[in-house]
Structure formats: C-alpha cells, structure tokens
Design a binder for this molecule. Structure first.
Ligand code: GLN
Length: 454
C-alpha cells in the first residue's frame, strides 16, 4: 500500500509507470501473507517490484512502449517474471522505456519521457533518467518500487542506473532466459535487475536467472548464491584498467571518479593492472550495424495482423504500410531502415559481415586480458552525468545520442557481464557511476567488487 501511494503521488511527475496494477499487487501480496503464515516464504516473498514494459506479463499491458503494440496483453508470462513470482515477488505495474528499448534517454517512448528524480544543484531543469530502462531506474531511485526488471542490449541497464544513482547489472549473455521478452537484437539482449544497492541486485538476479528450454541461448549453469559474494574480500583480485576507455574530451569529473574507484579497489586489496583492449574504438560503429540489423528482422512481425494496432488499407500491403507508418516512432523507423540497408544484397558483406568480424575481435580482446589473469575491468559507466530532457544538441544528432553507449556496448558485443554502481556525484550534484566488467558467468566478482564502490 505504501508503494502504491508513493506511485500515486509521484508518477504524475516522473512518468515512470505506464500501467499500475493495484488489484494484482494486492492479490499477490495476500498470497505472500498466506505463504509467510504457512512458513513457506520464497526468497522474494512480498517484495514489490516494477516490471519493464518489455517483459510479457499475462493479461497485463505489454507494449514495449510502442504504439504498434496498442492494447496488447499477452496470454503468457515471460520466464524472468515467472521466476520472480515463483519466489514470491509482487508486481506493482509496468515501467516506461524507450520504444522497443531503442534509446539512451527514455525520450523515444510512445508514453512520453521519464523524468529523473535527481536534479542539478540550484536548477529546475528536468533531467533524463537514461535509457532504455529509464522507468526502471527512475522508479527504483524514487522508491516507487523496491527494485525493477530491466534489459540491456547496448547499455540500457547500466547507463540509466548510472544516471539515477542505482545499481544495475547486465549478466552474461545466456544467464537469463529471453523467452517472453520483446526482442530487439537477439544476440545482444539480456535481462537484469536495477536495484538500490548491490545486495538487492544480487538477490534479484539470482531469482531472475535460469536455464530455460524455451530459450536455446540460455545456459545450463547452476545459478550461484550471488548475495554470498557481497562483502567477499578483493585480496588477490587483479583489476584491469583499459587505456582505450580514456577517450578524447572525457570530462574531468568522469576521470576523477574513475581514479577514486581505482583507489578504492587498491585499498580493498586488489592489484591494479593497466591493460589494452585495442578494438574498443570499433565497438560503437559495429554495434550500430549489428543491433539495427537484428532489430529490422525482429520487428518484421509487427504487421497489423497478429497483434496490436491495425490501420486499414485498400489491400493487405497497404494495411501493412499504414500500420507500420502509424505504429512505429522515428527512432524505431531509423533503426529498421539502417538494418534493412546493411542486410540488403550488395551491402551485406561490406557492413553486416564486417561488423560481425569486428565483434569477434572485440571478444578476443577481452579473452586475451582474462587469459592474462585479469579478473575484472574497471571503467566509467557513462561519458557524462544525466543530461537535460529535449537537449537540442542530442535531439538534432542521433549519432551524439549513440555516443552515450561508448563504455557499455563492448560488453554486449562480447556477451560479458557488466555492473554499474554509483560512485559519487558530479559537480552539479547528480550521480556518476562506475562499471565493472567480468569474465563470462563470473557475476560474483562483480558483486564483490561493486560492493566496495557503493
Ligand atoms: N542505447 C542503445 C541503443 O539505443 C542501447 C539500448 C539498449 O541497451 N536496449 O541501442
């Protein structure tokens, strides 16, 4: 009830929830009461969570914040949310996001932007919460849920966590099932939690993760007790500092927070090692070929026949055109056009195949440093703190918006786990985050090292 009251009070301003489900929340909470009374409480019994609008929730609003999925309520539940309910969690509602998870500011949502609960010192300017999981980050930061599900294709868990002073982890590709999660770029998409601290993130991820026969890319590895890693000593760990992440024009405050993080790691007993990931500079351009290519293919299914919006036409082809013209927003259309272009005959080898080769080189960079005995890498999470809503510079130049992902996309390209942890405040008093990147399926080291930073 207190979370529902907080949503009623703050959501008209923050716009973090696109659907609130009070009846469902109360019914689930009554179920939790009964299980607690019977001594059968699950690990998340009665914990109220917000769910990103990308996860299919049975009978509840699931639109990926797109107009094309107008009024879509699936008849099935995503594996990730089903796992949370099995452990006793309670659903408060569905959270705002960039349309189809394409964006870094939550401004591409059909439901309008999310407002970051943080503001700059002495300023009334509304800031973005980051994207695409902006609703998940803002709701968690503003205590409109105890934690939230989110997804990360190129940074959409870690960048909004950094912009809102929350913790977000993208686990290793295959750790969580993608079944029932609206697909953006299937070889990059991973679910993970956004939480208020590292321990909460560890508890939530343990519940979300599973191998799943319905997603053949999910991996049959035992899910460890991540919470047990929080508080573990860093003695003997080797933390790599990749020199390529020191980009031109990086603000001094980002460099400072990075140096502070390095000092904290060292004080906690870790050895700091300078390393090189030479193909880093190609990650962003390669990502913006691979991700739109996969998106253009995944989004072909929205044809006005099977779900959501239908805008009639004189024949079926015109109906498709009218539906897709009216149903998709500008950024989604841009991605579909880029994707179909790079996959088309004549350009496929020059763009798509080449980007896939670059992806392999990026993956090998990481394999090399891990083979050299590095346990995790420490980098900034984002090249800046949260920026203003409707920033003119960014709105007019999509490539500038894409630069937000410069520190996060490499991790998705290589399928590795990455965590963003709050590490201090900018000169304006807004949150800054650091990122730790780990070996495949070694989320535990990220939780241990992340707990030292927060
Ligand atoms: N900002 C990136 C993009 O727009 C990443 C989005 C994401 O991780 N879902 O593609």
């Amino acid at each position: 009830d207190s979370y529902l009251a907080a949503i009623d009070a703050a959501n008209p301003v923050l716009n973090a929830y696109v659907a609130v489900t009070p009846e469902k929340a109360r019914a689930m909470a009554r179920g939790s009461d009964a299980r607690i009374a019977a001594g059968e409480a699950g690990t998340l019994e009665g914990i109220p969570l917000g769910i990103k609008d990308l996860f299919a929730t049975e009978g509840v609003h699931t639109q990926a914040c797109s107009h094309i999925l107008d009024k879509f309520e699936p008849r099935y539940e995503s594996t990730v949310t089903a796992n949370l309910w099995t452990d006793g969690a309670v659903m408060l509602g569905k959270l705002n996001m960039d349309e189809f998870a394409m964006g870094s500011s939550n401004e591409t949502s059909h439901y309008g932007p999310v407002i970051n609960p943080w503001r700059r010192k002495d300023s009334n300017l509304d800031l973005v919460p980051g994207g695409s999981s902006g609703g998940s980050a803002a709701a968690t930061a503003a205590h409109l849920c105890a934690g939230a599900t989110a997804t990360d294709t190129g940074g959409s868990i870690r960048q909004p966590a950094a912009f809102t002073g929350t913790v977000g982890i993208k686990p290793t590709y295959g750790r969580c099932s993608r079944w029932g999660t609206v697909a953006f770029a299937s070889s990059l998409d991973q679910a993970g939690p956004i939480a208020r601290d590292v321990r909460d993130a560890a508890i939530l991820l343990r519940s979300m993760a599973s191998s799943d026969p319905k997603d053949t890319t999910s991996v049959d590895h035992e899910v460890p007790d991540y919470e047990a890693a929080v508080g573990r000593s860093l003695k003997g760990l080797r933390i790599g500092i990749p020199k390529e992440y020191r980009i031109d024009g990086m603000p001094a405050e980002i460099e400072e927070v990075w140096q502070r993080g390095i000092a904290w790691m060292r004080d906690a007993g870790a050895e700091i090692v300078d390393v090189s990931l030479p193909h880093t500079k190609y990650a962003l351009p390669a990502y913006y070929i691979v991700a739109p290519a996969e998106a253009s293919s995944n989004l072909a299914r929205y044809d006005g026949v099977r779900y959501g919006l239908r805008v009639p036409g004189k024949d079926v082809a015109e109906m498709y055109e009218n539906t897709r013209a009216a149903g998709f927003g500008r950024e989604v259309k841009r991605r579909i056009m880029i994707g179909t272009y790079v996959l088309s005959a004549g350009y496929y080898d020059a763009y798509y195949i080449r980007a896939q080769k670059v992806r392999t080189l990026i993956k090998r960079d990481f394999e090399t440093v891990f083979a050299d005995g590095i346990d995790a890498l420490l980098t900034p999470a984002t090249p800046s703190a949260a920026f203003g809503i409707a920033d003119e510079d960014l709105a007019s130049d999509p490539v500038k918006m894409y630069l937000n992902d410069i520190f996060t996309v490499t991790v998705n390209m290589a399928g590795l786990p990455g965590i963003a942890v709050p590490a201090g405040l900018s000169g304006e008093g807004t949150p800054l985050g650091l990122q730790l990147i780990g070996r495949p399926f070694d989320e535990e080291t990220l939780f241990a090292a992340g707990a030292v930073i927060e």
